[in-house]
Write a protein that binds this ligand. Structure first.
Ligand code: PLP
Length: 477
């Protein structure tokens, strides 16, 4: 596959620096952890928490070890330029939209995008056109946008400066139309920006789904911390484009990322890149086999339904008659923590094991079985089928007002059941997964309200400016 680069430039550079036993008269103020009251194991890690000192390079203008590590990253993923992100995929999503859109520019967006995409559109002042995803009955989740709908959006809004897709979804669903979609957008001269937050492992071996970068996307953002062994926030950004200059993205990253990026995160990214680069086909086959055995064993537990998705690292668990939130509570009581729950199910993210790694799958199965026994002794939930009509009801929508226009309009709080046909003033975000149900400027439909009601009934948590405890949301007056 790749030429194996055994180097880990940032990790090696930091280790060399630590071994020199330098005296700190610089920031950070914890002075290699010496002034800290944290536990010793934590203080030991702080030895590596340094800053842009001589020989340690500078993330914003890399010339030495950081540049070398970013070049290895680009080589591993097949990008022309790759960046380390210390502010999560969030900062990558912001930068890619800043780099392609100005105020009042049109941008075509897959509606089930992460809130960071909507925040970027708001900050830039762009005009979003939403393309609704399909609803998948099997995984009870919104998946991808169809080729036909995206083509229609591009035809109708040919002035669009970018198309933003989410691939894979939080639930691990991909799309077999994305390559064709990208090719069509390129024919029209429109760059495709892909939020691949959940697919940083796709490039590790051919047994996984292909990365959107391989399929021709111009910019791809990946949360290395989600599926690779990287620390929280550590993320990657890749550029391979004839339509967008990597320098322009770098320009915005310099503005949006801290001028004191964490070297712990950078080291962790260097390590995650190395993990992907040294990941073998046989490693992929190993985790898939382990997962299949585990899924078979789980399916033997009465009442438990296990749903597999496109991404082999994700599975969905359901128990008929119980909400995902109830199942989550029962699992957590047995110290098994999944990634998220929704009205119907719990989502698990499996570890990207290499051959020889072990994981306590058998023990976890025992705990899951116990959790389900407890769950079955509790009362069932009445209504737990998430509304399917909320998605793809209208394939292409243009919000009535832009985010900026909403900001200057008069608003009022109303019981949400009385807001049908009104225009939302705020973002209402079931969290996780962090995909807004309502966005400012969008008309509130019956489908959206019934989905909101179902989520509330099932015990979902919401972010955004709302008063859902009083059953109220804010609309344009
Ligand atoms: C699809 C998607 N995009 C972007 C993000 C933001 O990623 P990060 O937490 O790395 O900033 C998330 C986070 O959950 C996500 O699910």
């Amino acid at each position: 596959m790749y030429v194996l680069h055994k180097k880990k430039p940032i990790i090696e550079g930091l280790e060399r620096f630590r071994q020199q036993q330098n005296i700190s008269f610089h920031v950070p103020g914890h002075k290699h952890g010496e002034l800290s009251h944290l536990p010793q194991a934590f203080k030991d890690v702080m030895r590596y928490d340094v800053t842009e000192l001589s020989g340690l390079d500078d993330l914003h203008y890399p010339e030495e070890m950081i540049l070398e590590a970013e070049n290895l990253l680009a080589d591993t993923y097949g990008a022309t330029k790759s960046f380390f992100l210390v502010g999560g995929s969030t900062v990558g999503n912001l930068a890619m939209i800043y780099a392609t859109c100005n105020k009042d520019d049109t941008i075509i967006v897959q509606r089930n995008a992460h809130k960071s995409i909507f925040h970027a559109i708001e900050l830039v002042g762009a005009k979003p056109i939403f393309v609704s995803p399909l609803w998948d009955e099997r995984t009870m989740s919104a998946t991808h946008v169809t080729y036909r709908d995206l083509k229609e959006a591009v035809e109708n809004y040919s002035e669009a400066k970018a198309v933003v897709l989410t691939y894979p979804t939080y639930y691990g669903m991909t799309s077999n139309e994305i390559q064709q979609q990208i090719a069509y957008c390129h024919e029209k001269g429109i760059p495709v920006l892909v939020d691949e937050a959940h697919g940083a492992h796709f490039n590790a071996c051919t047994l996984f789904q292909p990365s959107a970068l391989t399929l021709g996307a111009d910019v791809v953002v990946q949360s290395a911390h989600k599926t690779l062994p990287a620390m929280t926030m550590a993320s990657f950004m890749h550029v391979k484009s004839e339509l967008i200059e990597a320098d322009k993205i770098h320009h915005y990253l310099r503005m949006l990322q801290s001028s004191s990026p964490s070297y712990l995160l950078l080291a962790s990214l260097d390590d995650a890149r190395y993990y992907v680069q040294t990941y073998m086909e046989s490693d992929g086959a190993y985790i898939i086999e382990k997962k299949n055995q585990w899924v078979d064993a789980l399916r033997a537990i009465g009442s438990l339904e296990v749903i597999e998705v496109d991404d082999p690292l994700k599975v969905l668990l359901r128990v008929n008659g119980y909400s995902g939130f109830q199942l989550q509570e029962a699992l957590e009581a047995k110290h098994v923590y999944g990634e998220l729950a929704d009205a119907n199910q719990v989502l698990f993210v499996l570890p990207l094991l290499k051959q020889g790694h072990t994981y306590p799958f058998a023990e976890i199965r025992v705990r899951i079985k116990e959790a389900i026994t407890t769950l079955l002794n509790t009362a069932k939930t009445d209504s737990i089928t998430a509304s399917q009509t909320a998605y793809h009801f209208v394939p292409i929508t243009e919000p009535i007002y832009t985010f900026n226009e909403v900001a200057s309009l008069k608003k009022e709080w109303l019981p949400y059941m009385r807001t049908m046909g009104r225009i939302s003033a705020n973002m209402i975000i079931p969290y996780p997964p962090g995909i807004p149900l309502l966005v400012p400027g969008e008309r509130i439909t019956v489908a959206k309200l019934s989905q909101l009601e179902e989520l509330l009934a099932a015990g979902a948590t919401f972010q955004g400016n709302h008063r859902l405890a009083e059953k109220k949301i804010q609309v344009i007056k």
